[in-house]
Design a protein around this ligand. Sequence first.
Ligand code: AMP
Length: 299
Amino acid sequence: MSLVIVGSVAFDTIRTPWGKRDRIVGGSGTYFSLAASFFTRPKMVAVVGEDFPPEVIDLFKSRGIDTAGLEIRPGRTFHWEGHYGYDPNQRETISTELNVFRDFRPVLPNSYRDANIVFLANIDPDLQDSVLAQVRRPELVAMDTMNLWIASKPESTWRVLKAVDILFANDEEIRMLTQETNLIKAGRKILAAGPRLVVTKKGEHGALLFGKKFVFGVLGHPCEDVVDPTGAGDSFAGGFLGYLDKVRKFTRPEIRRAAVYGSVLASFAIEDFGIERFKSLRPDEVESRFRLFRRLVSF
Ligand code: AMP
């Protein structure tokens, strides 16, 4: 199997009640790929500026991430600034500078075009669309999005949504997309448009998966040390789809396990600022937290 991912590779400026960091490495594509790299070798599609540190690209490679689709362009790397309060589920976007992403027209390397799974991480929906159009016959396509794109490019967002199997979104995004306040009605509207599964991310509380005849809830790991919630959603998706790419089965039991791995990877991402925790994370730590989840929910 193989997994192609398009998303942002970024500098983030982050303020949380536990500290502030300027221009640290982040991005939806970065978190997703690092989380997925615990199960498979994700093929990344993104663009960075010449200001992006080469040692981070080396880190990607050392984790088995394929960077053939990561372009380095003259100009500045995408930059996002966000602030969090004491509730990690609430964040405020202070600024978004697209920089080199503004004129990015990705051309997929040939080795990417036969991907079985495609993840369209949070990025301009027109870019998501152009990546999807270049993959020949994917078996599973998933997407994420955010309020900025739903508000600024609603038609493009819906066009992509209709072409995917799985939508990852939080409550606010689902309500914004469908203009429905009730989440059950909102979810039904999304399922009627095309996706087979909606993964509603509930931040520290976990996620709720629902399809036409399928519902599964996964807890968030009860972390004592939440330092920086950035990237939790992308890490969830990375653990989820990375695991599915490894097991090559999209059955319900595997989808449940994938959701638990998603929650496990998200729980590690938030233990330190930016991608720091992923630098030291070991596969046996991932497995032992997976086992802990089993105990948490068995009764
Ligand atoms: P998450 O916390 O999982 O929702 O994702 C956070 C990441 O999304 C940050 O590292 C940002 O760099 C990235 N991000 C924020 N806004 C955007 C956007 N408009 N397009 C693409 N990536 C973004």
